[in-house]
Design a protein around this ligand. Structure first.
Ligand SMILES: [Fe+2]
Length: 418
C-alpha cells in the first residue's frame, strides 16, 4: 500500500500501540455518547439526501476500519456480515458497489441492535490487531488507523448536523439535548468588529509539520497574499438580522447570480433554522433559532450559523466587505487579537476547493478520500461547535457545495487594504 515515492505522513511515525489503542477506544466511545439522546426511530430516518441516518453513520464508520485496516491487513479477520460492505460503503468505487445514498433512510433492517453488535465486532478485532500485528503490518496500519479515527470524528460532527436537520422537520421541534431556555435578550449585542491589518507577503500555506493532517492540506507551498484586513470576530446573528431588515433577501444587487436564483426558487428569507416572530410552530413575537437545545430566542451577539456560501457573499457585499480567501484566513490564524477561529462555526471562504500545487492523493483505497471531490465546492476554514475537541486546526480544509446550509457554517469578513 505504501510506495517509496509516496511516504506515509510524518504523523504516522508510529505512535505507540497502547496510545493508539487508547485513542481508538476513546473516539469510538465518543460516537456512542453522541447517540445516547436519540431513540431508535430518530436513528433510522434520513431527512434529505445530503444527510444520513445516525444508524448509517454508526455502521459506516465501523465499515471504514473493516475495509481499510482489517480486511487488507488482518488475514484472520472474519467479516461480521458480508452484505454490510454494500450497505455501508459511502463512495469508494475501489471497494465495490454500494447502496444509493438517498436511500440510506430506507434501511430499517438491519436493526439498530445489529449495528451495535457490528461496532463491537469491529472494535474487538481492531483491539486484537493493534495488540498483535507484526511490525510490518503495524507500520502499514498506523496511518490508516489514525485516518479512520479522524474519519470517525468527521462523522461525529455529521451525526449532530444531520440529526438537527431531521428534528427540524418535526413540527414539534424537539430538542436533541434539551437545555435551559435562553436568557438572551434583544439588548445583547456584540461590540463593533475590529479590522486587523495583515501585511502582504509570500506565505507558507498548508500542513508541513508533525501531527495528523488530511492529504488535502498538503503539500505546504507558497502563496502570494496581498495586504488585507480581516474582522477580529465572526458575524453575529444581530448583524445578519440587520441585513434582513434592510431587504437583504429582496434585493438582487447583493447576490451572486446562482445565489439569487436559490433565493427565488427556494423562497429563502432567513438562515436555516431561524423561526420568524409569527412562526406557527412556536410563535413568540420575536425571532428564534432552532438548535441542538431546541427553540431558543435569537441572541443578537451570538455568531451566525447555518448560512450558505451565497448568503455569506450577499451579506459581505451588503457590508461593503468580502469573504477572505482560504489563504488569507490561514495567514490571519495567529494574529494576536483575532478570535473565534475554531470552535464556533465553519467559515466560508472565497476559495474554490482545489488541489494544492503538487497535491497527490494517498495511495490505496483511501486515495478517494478527498481528491475526487475537488470540483464545484467552496472551502470552509475553522471548526464548529460540533467539531470534536482537537479535530480542527490552522490548515484544516472543509468543503461543501455553495448552497449547503445544514452544516454549522458562518461568516468572517475581510477587506482589501486600500
Ligand atoms: Fe465517511
Amino acid at each position: 500500500m505504501r510506495s517509496a515515492d509516496h511516504p506515509l505522513p510524518s504523523s504516522a511515525a508510529a505512535p505507540g500501540r497502547i496510545e493508539l489503542a487508547r485513542r481508538y477506544a476513546a473516539v469510538r466511545a465518543g460516537t456512542l455518547a453522541l447517540v445516547q439522546p436519540l431513540s431508535a426511530e430518530d436513528q433510522c430516518v434520513q431527512s434529505i439526501p445530503d444527510a444520513s441516518p445516525t444508524k448509517w453513520h454508526l455502521a459506516h464508520t465501523s465499515w471504514f476500519f473493516e475495509a481499510v485496516v482489517l480486511q487488507p491487513l488482518e488475514p484472520a479477520y472474519q467479516a461480521f456480515d458480508p452484505h454490510y460492505a454494500y450497505l455501508f460503503n459511502s463512495y469508494y468505487e475501489a471497494l465495490g458497489p454500494r447502496h444509493p445514498r438517498p436511500q440510506r433512510g430506507l434501511l430499517t433492517r438491519p436493526p439498530l441492535a445489529a449495528i451495535h453488535a457490528y461496532r463491537a465486532h469491529v472494535d474487538a478485532a481492531m483491539q486484537r490487531f493493534m495488540a498483535t500485528a507484526d511490525d510490518v503490518r503495524w507500520q502499514e496500519a498506523t496511518s490508516l488507523i489514525e485516518l479512520g479515527l479522524n474519519h470517525e470524528e468527521q462523522h461525529q460532527e455529521l451525526i449532530q448536523t444531520d440529526i438537527l436537520h431531521l428534528l427540524s422537520c418535526n413540527p414539534l421541534l424537539p430538542a436533541y439535548q434539551p437545555g435551559p431556555p435562553s436568557t438572551n435578550s434583544a439588548s445583547n449585542s456584540a461590540s463593533e468588529p475590529q479590522w486587523l491589518a495583515v501585511a502582504g507577503d509570500v506565505r507558507a500555506i498548508g500542513h508541513g509539520g508533525p501531527g495528523f493532517a488530511f492529504d488535502n492540506e498538503t503539500p505546504r507551498h507558497q502563496v502570494l497574499v496581498h495586504p488585507f484586513q480581516i474582522a477580529d470576530r465572526l458575524v453575529t446573528c444581530g448583524e445578519y438580522l440587520a441585513f434582513m431588515e434592510d431587504g437583504g433577501y429582496r434585493q438582487a444587487d447583493w447576490w451572486l447570480s446562482d445565489g439569487w436564483a436559490a433565493v427565488q426558487s427556494e423562497g429563502l428569507s432567513a438562515p436555516a433554522y431561524w423561526l420568524a416572530p409569527d412562526d406557527p410552530r412556536a410563535p413568540a413575537g420575536h425571532w428564534q433559532v432552532f438548535g441542538a437545545q431546541g427553540v431558543q430566542s435569537l441572541d443578537p451577539a451570538a455568531p451566525l450559523t447555518h448560512v450558505s456560501f451565497y448568503e455569506a457573499c450577499a451579506f459581505a457585499e451588503w457590508s461593503g466587505a468580502r469573504l477572505p480567501t482560504e489563504f488569507e484566513w490561514e495567514a490571519a490564524f495567529d494574529l494576536p487579537l483575532i478570535t473565534q477561529m475554531l470552535g464556533h462555526c465553519w467559515q466560508w471562504t472565497r476559495s474554490a476547493y482545489e488541489p494544492y500545487p503538487g497535491f497527490r492523493a494517498r495511495s490505496g483505497a483511501v486515495r478517494e478520500y478527498n481528491g475526487k471531490f475537488m470540483v464545484g465546492q467552496q472551502v470552509l476554514r475553522g471548526a464548529s461547535s460540533a467539531t470534536p475537541a482537537g479535530h480542527g486546526r490552522k490548515t484544516y480544509r472543509n468543503f461543501f457545495p455553495p448552497a449547503a446550509r445544514w452544516q454549522i457554517s458562518g461568516i468572517r469578513l475581510a477587506k482589501d487594504t486600500a
